[in-house]
Design a protein. Structure first.
Length: 105
């Protein structure tokens, strides 16, 4: 894997449970890892929901091989939040892992 292609800093976050000011449980995202990746936008769709336009972009983020990432986590790249839908590791050479993600704006 060529390091020059990994040109975006990605923060992998995991969901946890915290508490708000009155003691109620709330979901919070905490940083799990900071890694370098290559973000490729594959396709996008646009629809109208609740009277507003919603666009969803499917993306693939290629990172170095990492067995500690799973679906349900999220990646933050340059302020954009990508929900990780699937993790596809390179099982033969163990060089890279592709994260199938969705960015909704």
């Amino acid at each position: 894997m060529q390091a020059g292609r990994l040109n975006r800093r990605c923060v992998i976050q995991v969901i946890g449970t915290g508490f708000d000011t009155i003691g109620q449980p709330v979901d919070t995202w905490t940083d799990s890892a900071v890694i370098w990746g290559n973000v490729r936008h594959l396709n996008g769709t646009e629809s109208i929901k609740a009277g507003g336009v919603i666009s969803a972009v499917q993306a693939s983020i290629r990172i170095r091989y990492n067995a500690g990432i799973n679906a349900g986590m999220r990646a933050v790249v340059e302020g954009r939040v990508y929900q990780i839908k699937a993790v596809m590791p390179d099982m033969q050479k163990r060089e890279f892992t592709d994260l199938v993600c969705e960015f909704i704006s």
